[in-house]
Design a protein around this ligand. Structure first.
Ligand SMILES: Nc1ncnc2c1ncn2[C@@H]1O[C@H](COP(=O)(O)OP(=O)(O)OP(=O)(O)O)[C@@H](O)[C@H]1O
Ligand SMILES: O=C(O)[C@H](O)COP(=O)(O)O
Length: 412
């Protein structure tokens, strides 16, 4: 068997050691109560943590982004993880400093500590990995002396170049955790599969991510065809000169300040790959609740809130023929019952397909759970942006950091 390009947990004995464990339990938070409303990501970490039961484990994680309503302390995350593990998880309400150092130095084997949200610290987000900058942060200088090993298991954040993820790669061995291994093996199976056609279905509202990966997906043959729904479809239609109505244009402008550049990218993608990109032929309007054919004048104030019946039919027949399917993002505003049919039908078609399947994205998983399809959707990844970036075959900061680290500490 080929050697893994990065260290895995099989390469070291962690018994009695002090272990830095970077995970990603960034979760949806109820904006009113501030409570975690979905603990899927927590559950995925039980295996890694349980394997370290004879070590002193210090968990580092982030939650939300500064300024957003889900940017909250990890105190409740520590309590919840402890309940899931059936063990105490001591919460320390900072990331660096004397309280952290004392707590870590006093740990016994089997103890678990969780530190505060790493994004409370500007060095986490603002300092990019240019070789030396992250290494010289207070975060790295304070924490590096306290640990024997660094396990990086934050798969949903592998596309982020942030200090607690990539800053320790010159210090000591950095090791991929069990979730990283599982995710990467499953995604690699999809990428290496020789069964065609390979189909990507991309919807939702994160247009930048979807557009960014379309070129690599089609150029490198990672997929043969792409179906677009949601806002992603709207921007492609706009780029092709079709009237999508004022409200939908404004929605895109608000979604991304650089939408003009995105429109240019969509144009270029459409000119190169028009026969491999599928866009909706019709839509359901919100609030009118009537159907409209693509290209017809969209009445003012109406959102293209869901794909229509013809699109459902065409997309379902493409899905039926696919041998490998990647799904990320809903077809419309599925949270509102009247506009959930497109997403429901397309997700149903995917669930019924015998193809090999891989799905990801917070809203996507939420919709899958709501439709009761989670047992028939194939491999469900914890990653959203991480998953599509990894699939695109473009450089990924955390993977590159782990590979660099193994070369540095493990020779050839
Ligand atoms: N045509 C549309 N107009 C406006 N909003 C839409 C449209 N289609 C989908 N959405 C919204 O897009 C959101 C989901 O998109 P997103 O890109 O976040 O999905 P995801 O990748 O599965 O989730 P996550 O971002 O949490 O990983 C939903 O809230 C949905 O209502
Ligand atoms: O939820 C995610 O996709 C990861 O935790 C990364 O979060 P971010 O998009 O805020 O960097």
């Amino acid at each position: 068997m080929d050697r893994s390009p990065f260290y895995t947990m099989d390469d070291f004995d962690f018994n009695g050691k002090r272990v830095y464990l970077r995970i990603d339990i960034n979760s949806p938070i109820n904006p009113i109560t501030g409570e975690v409303v979905d603990d899927t990501r927590f559950i995925h970490y039980l295996r890694t943590i349980n394997e370290l039961k004879n070590s002193k484990v210090v968990i580092i994680a982030h939650q939300g982004r500064p300024g957003d309503s889900d940017f909250v302390s990890l105190r409740q995350h520590a309590g919840h993880l402890g309940r899931l593990l059936g063990r105490d998880v001591l919460f320390v309400d900072s990331l660096i400093g004397s309280a952290v150092e004392t707590a870590i130095r006093n740990m016994k084997n089997g103890d678990i500590i969780m530190l505060e949200n790493s994004r409370f610290y500007s060095e986490e987000i603002l300092i990019k990995d240019d070789g030396a900058a992250q290494k010289n942060t207070f975060i790295v200088r304070n924490l590096s002396k306290l640990f024997d090993y660094f396990i990086i298991d934050a798969f949903p954040a592998i596309h982020r170049d942030q200090t607690t993820l990539t800053g320790f790669k010159d210090i000591k061995p950095n090791i991929a955790g069990r979730l990283m291994e599982t995710e990467i093996n499953s995604i690699d199976r999809f990428m290496n599969s020789k069964s065609h056609p390979k189909l990507a279905i991309m919807g939702g509202a994160k247009i930048r991510d979807a557009i960014k990966v379309t070129g690599p997906f089609l150029e490198k043959g990672i997929v043969d065809n792409i179906i677009f729904g949601g806002v992603a479809a709207n921007i492609f239609l706009w780029a092709s000169g079709i009237d999508i109505g004022k409200r939908n244009m404004e929605f895109i402008e608000k979604q991304d300040k650089n939408y003009k550049k995105l429109l240019e990218e969509c144009k270029s993608l459409l000119s190169r790959f028009s026969d491999r990109i599928y866009l909706p032929e019709d839509f359901m309007l919100n609030p009118l609740q009537t159907e409209i054919k693509t290209g017809e004048k969209v009445p003012d104030g109406q959102l293209l809130a869901d794909i229509g019946f013809e699109s459902i039919k065409t997309f379902s027949s493409i899905i039926e023929k696919a041998k490998n399917i990647f799904l990320n993002g809903p077809m419309g505003m599925y949270e509102i019952n009247e506009y959930s049919l497109g997403t429901r039908e397309i997700f149903n078609a995917v669930s019924q397909s015998p193809a090999s399947k891989i799905v990801g994205g917070g809203h996507t998983i939420n919709a899958i759970n709501e439709f009761g399809l989670s047992d028939s959707m194939g491999y469900i990844s914890t990653g959203g942006g991480a998953l599509i970036n990894y699939l695109s075959g473009e450089p990924i900061p955390v993977i590159d950091s782990l590979v660099y680290n193994r070369k540095k500490f493990g020779g050839n």
